[in-house]
Design a protein around this ligand. Structure first.
Ligand SMILES: Nc1ncnc2c1ncn2[C@@H]1O[C@H](COP(=O)(O)OS(=O)(=O)O)[C@@H](OP(=O)(O)O)[C@H]1O
Ligand SMILES: Nc1ncnc2c1ncn2[C@@H]1O[C@H](COP(=O)(O)OP(=O)(O)O)[C@@H](O)[C@H]1O
Length: 287
C-alpha cells in the first residue's frame, strides 16, 4: 500500500495534537497517512488477534467448514417469560456476541454523550464537529439529533411537556442500544427538563452517560436565531418555545460544561476537543 495515495484529513493536526496514535494505530497511520484506523487491513487483523487472545477460540462461536453451528438455538429450551409495561409474555434473548467483544472489535467503549441546551446554543454544531473529529481519529460515533428524530421515530410528538418527556425517553432508549453496540452515541436535543434527562441517566450504567451542558445565554441564542424561531416565538406565532414561554432547567451536576471564555463562545473544534479530552481521560477511547 503506498502512502502517496492517501491525503491526511483536514483536521489531521487535531488528531496529532491530541496524541491518539497508540502503538497499534501508529502502524495504521503510517500505512494510510491519516485514514481512520478501522480502514486499515492490518488493524483488522490485529483486532482479530486481540479478540482471539482475549477469548480463545471457544467451541460453538464460529461456523464449521460446512456452516454448522452449535451455539444456542432459540427455542431449544423454554425461556422465562415476563410482563414489561403493556407487553405481556415476553422473553429476553441474550446476544451471542458480548459487549466486551464488540468493544475490542471497535477499540472503544460505547457511551452516550447527551448534549443539552437552548435552541441555538450550538448543540448540532458540537455534535457535528465531535463526530467528525472522532471519525478522523478512527472512532465510531453516531448522532441522534432531536430535530432529525422528530422527522421519523418521534414524528407523532409535539412540544408539550408530556411529549418532550416521551421524545427524550425514546431517544434515551435508542442511545442505550447504540452504547451497548459499542458506539459513541451523541444525542443532541434541547431536553429542557432535568427530570427527563436524569431518567435517561438512570437507564444507563452511571459512568457512560456523559451530560454536556451548552451554557450559552438566551440573549446569545436569540441573537443567533439561525432558524428564525425566536422571532416567531416572540411574535406569539410559536407557543411554548423553550426559553421564551417554556422552561429550560440547566443541569446541576453534569460532566462537561461548554461556556464562553471572556465573552467569546469556543469555536466548534475547541468544543469537540473538550469532549474528546474527557473521553480520552475517562478511558472511552480504548477497548
Ligand atoms: N416549541 C419549541 N420549543 C423548542 N424547540 C422547538 C419548538 N418548536 C420547534 N422547535 C424546533 O425543534 C427542535 C427541538 O427539538 P428537540 O427534540 O431537541 O426538543 S425537546 O428535547 O423535545 O425539547 C429545535 O431545534 P434546535 O434549534 O436544534 O434546538 C427547534 O428547531
Ligand atoms: N461555538 C459557536 N460559536 C459561534 N457560533 C456558533 C457556535 N455554535 C453554533 N453557532 C451558530 O449558532 C447557530 C445555532 O447553532 P446550532 O448548532 O444549530 O444550535 P442548536 O443545535 O443548539 O439549535 C448556527 O448558526 C451556528 O453556526
Amino acid at each position: 500500500m503506498s502512502s502517496i495515495l492517501f491525503l491526511p484529513p483536514a483536521n489531521y493536526t487535531v488528531a496529532v495534537e491530541l496524541g491518539f496514535r497508540d502503538s497499534r494505530s501508529k502502524r495504521c497511520w503510517s500505512a494510510g497517512a491519516g485514514f481512520p484506523k478501522r480502514w486499515c487491513p492490518r488493524m483488522r487483523s490485529i483486532r482479530a488477534e486481540t479478540a482471539a487472545e482475549t477469548f480463545g477460540s471457544r467451541k460453538g462461536e464460529s461456523l464449521g467448514p460446512n456452516g454448522e453451528c452449535d451455539c444456542d438455538i432459540p427455542g431449544r429450551s423454554a425461556p422465562a417469560l415476563s410482563n414489561v409495561g403493556n407487553s405481556t409474555n415476553i422473553a429476553w434473548h441474550e446476544c451471542p456476541v458480548g459487549k466486551l467483544e464488540r468493544q475490542i472489535l471497535l477499540n472503544q467503549k460505547g457511551c452516550v454523550i447527551w448534549i443539552t441546551g437552548l435552541s441555538g446554543s450550538g448543540k448540532s454544531t458540537l455534535a457535528s464537529a465531535l463526530s467528525r473529529e472522532l471519525y478522523a481519529l478512527g472512532y465510531l460515533s453516531y448522532v441522534l439529533d432531536g430535530d432529525n428524530i422528530r422527522h421519523g421515530l418521534n414524528k407523532d410528538l409535539c412540544f408539550k411537556a408530556q411529549d418532550r418527556a416521551e421524545n427524550i425517553r425514546r431517544i434515551g432508549e435508542v442511545a442505550k442500544l447504540f452504547a451497548d453496540a459499542g458506539v459513541i452515541c451523541i444525542a443532541s436535543l434541547i431536553s429542557p427538563y432535568r427530570r427527563d434527562r436524569d431518567a435517561c441517566r438512570a437507564m444507563l450504567p452511571e459512568s457512560i452517560f456523559i451530560e454536556v451542558y451548552m451554557d450559552i445565554s438566551l440573549e446569545v441564542c436569540e441573537s443567533r436565531d439561525a432558524k428564525g424561531l425566536y422571532k416567531l416565538a416572540r411574535e406569539g406565532k410559536i407557543k411554548g418555545f423553550t426559553g421564551v414561554d417554556d422552561t429550560y432547567e440547566p443541569p446541576l451536576n453534569c460532566e462537561i460544561v461548554i461556556a464562553p471564555t471572556d465573552g467569546e463562545c469556543p469555536p466548534p473544534g475547541a468544543m469537540a476537543k473538550q469532549v474528546i479530552s474527557y473521553l480520552n481521560e475517562n478511558g472511552f477511547l480504548k477497548a
